[in-house]
Design a binder for this molecule. Sequence first.
Ligand code: MG
Ligand code: MG
Length: 253
Amino acid sequence: MIQIKNSQQIALMREAGRITGEALLVAREHIREGVSTKQLDTLIRQHIEGRGAKPSFLGLYGFPGSACISINDEVIHGIPSDKRILREGDIVKIDVGACYKGFHGDSARTFAVGRVSEEAARLIAATKESFYRGMAAVKAGNRIGDIGYAIDSYVREQGFSAVRKYVGHGVGREVHESPDVPNYGTPGRGPRLCEGMVIAIEPMINQGSFEVRQLSDGWTVKTIDGKLSAHYENTVAVTSDGVINLTEVEIGE
Ligand code: MG
Ligand code: MG
């Protein structure tokens, strides 16, 4: 069932979203060659806890970190580790959630470590743009399929592919609520968007095939062909004033 939020609940979710967005900003400031994904995870946890919130992902389905940190051909759900060290030219995806007064925010960004290839930079930019194409389709009366169609048709034009196995979702008292928000779809299909819905739109965009596989660690998801993947996510609310991006904090990437 889709949980509709009232304006007070959306105000709390704005705060959860702000803490989530700030945690990504803190991480971005520390991204450089030689830093481990565990160090980034610790900084994220300290920021979230320092703001009186809890990391949404810590312990969620048994996940051991506060953030999912995935490098290069890893798509999502990378486990923070002191053995995973960032290298010049890597692209790193950080996916984080914060729970504040019972409500969650969920957001992800892809960051370049130093100078990256032109193709990697193009993938990161297209993934961000695809999020905005999807968000532009969020209007009361439109349907979930309009969002996915907007994302998928844009990334195809760019020569990339949208992951199908993992999707966006409703957000609220749970990090993952109904409905699913796929990054592909048919216009005019799926649940209708209405005031009070809060959803995470999160294109996961691959340089090559959209097929992915899960590693034996039970978490990390990689592209099947070893090519790069990028991720861009915000939690957005449908309100009478239009769509509000709850996790945006001007982080510029
Ligand atoms: Mg996320
Ligand atoms: Mg999400």
